[in-house]
Design a protein around this ligand. Structure first.
Ligand code: ADP
Ligand code: ADP
Length: 229
């Protein structure tokens, strides 16, 4: 079974039908990108995934389990690592404290938490150098990597990223993408990436979905979607 499966998902806001019948899967070890113009329904799809928005129809399955109606306080244990748009790190807390917050609500003992922290600092050497600095002093790219590392603290089955390079200089964006790609290839972590930069994202991904006006207008291997006019 796929790690993530959206089947016939409809969702909206009052009278606005933002997403209408979306089917989408992410397989084991797969890197999937979700593209589409502004207003296509990408953020709404992610809100349904993360439980912020209840779908009016359809199901969301994570590792085969229907998570559509899982209440908020049970969500941290599901294994969905979500990096929201805008990073949302805590600027007045240190890098280490921000990482610890990623395990919040998971009832890990201190030994397990320490092991995870060490692992994250190994994975992200630049964060390790700045572990005791306030997160507010990080560069945009470093802050983004902190948001990713924090999401990984929950040992997710799937990493969901919402426009991780928004507002970054091209070189910094490339670094962030390289790091994300490595998490997928080296660790086999399945990834769902929402991105505006279609051409860059299609080079990283295995498969792509293009949303238009709330429905999947195009999907397939990234190379085929990239070749589509
Ligand atoms: P994005 O394309 O990144 O989702 P948007 O401009 O669509 O950015 O949305 C930015 C914020 O404004 C979001 O929090 C979204 O929920 C809200 N928003 C977007 N469209 C509407 C709308 N028509 N009415 C009210 N809020 C909206
Ligand atoms: P995208 O992320 O692809 O830019 P969104 O999912 O943000 O698209 O938006 C899809 C549709 O839903 C748009 O028509 C948008 O205006 C509308 N929308 C998004 N957020 C809200 C909201 N909070 N309230 C009302 N309408 C919204």
């Amino acid at each position: 079974a796929p790690v993530l499966e959206l089947s016939g998902v409809h969702a909206g806001y009052g009278g606005v039908k933002a997403v209408r019948g979306v089917d989408l899967t992410v397989g084991e070890g797969e890197f999937v990108v979700l593209l589409g113009p502004n207003g296509a329904g990408k953020s709404t799809t992610l809100r349904v995934l993360s439980g912020l928005l209840k779908p009016s129809a359809g199901v969301v399955r994570l590792s085969g389990r229907d998570i559509t109606r899982v209440p908020g306080h049970r969500r941290p244990a599901l294994g969905l690592g979500h990096v929201p748009e805008g990073r949302q790190i805590f600027p007045d807390h240190t890098v280490l404290e921000n990482l610890r917050l990623g395990a919040f609500g998971l009832r890990r003992d201190r030994t397990a938490e320490k092991r995870l922290l060490t692992e994250m600092l190994d994975l992200f050497p630049r964060l390790a150098e700045r572990r005791d600095q306030r997160a507010g002093t990080l560069s945009g790219g470093e802050a983004q990597m902190l948001a990713v590392a924090r999401a990984l603290m929950s040992r997710p089955k799937l990493l969901v990223l919402d426009e991780p390079t928004l507002g970054l200089a091209p070189l910094r964006a490339a670094e962030v993408f390289t790091h994300i790609k490595r998490l997928n290839t080296d660790q086999g972590l399945p990834i769902l990436l929402v991105e505006q930069l279609a051409m860059v994202a299609l080079k990283l991904a295995d498969r792509a979905y293009v949303l238009e006006r709330g429905t999947v207008a195009l999907s397939g291997p990234a190379a085929e979607v990239a070749a589509d006019p």
